[in-house]
Design a protein around this ligand. Structure first.
Ligand code: AMP
Length: 114
């Protein structure tokens, strides 16, 4: 059962520009990139957001970060540097309620973000 567009991508029900996948996570290019490299890493398991996460999810969250690091190396942005972001719920800017980690790079990134 995949309630969101990202759930459908994880289930292979709709297409995306997938750059990495394994048993637990899928990574694909953002449709509206905010940097030359902008990839979303999602768990196949449809967790809505960090709001629902607890101790039992620690291994999966670790896998998201490891996948992000692999994708950054694969995309050639790891040495220069990049940013990972997880938006949580409305005030955090989350628009798709399937937990996802943004990987942004390929240009200098400002801090703090807007
Ligand atoms: P967030 O605001 O953190 O929920 O991020 C959602 C991201 O998903 C945005 O950067 C969108 O551009 C991106 N997005 C929405 N639909 C798709 C899609 N079908 N394929 C790839 N990226 C998408």
């Amino acid at each position: 059962m995949s309630d969101t567009i990202f759930g459908k991508i994880a289930a292979g029900e709709i297409t995306a520009d997938i750059v990495y996948e394994d048993a637990d996570v899928v990574a694909f290019r953002d449709l509206n990139p905010q940097a030359p490299v902008h990839i979303l890493v999602i768990p196949r398991q449809p967790l809505p957001s960090l709001e629902q996460v607890d101790d039992q999810d620690a291994p999966l969250l670790g896998k998201l970060l490891v996948a992000a690091a692999k994708v950054a190396r694969q995309e050639g942005i790891a040495k220069a540097g990049y940013r990972t972001v997880i938006n949580c719920n409305a005030a955090g800017g989350q628009t798709v309620l399937h937990l996802h980690l943004h990987v942004l790079g390929g240009r200098p990134l400002q801090w703090p973000p807007g």
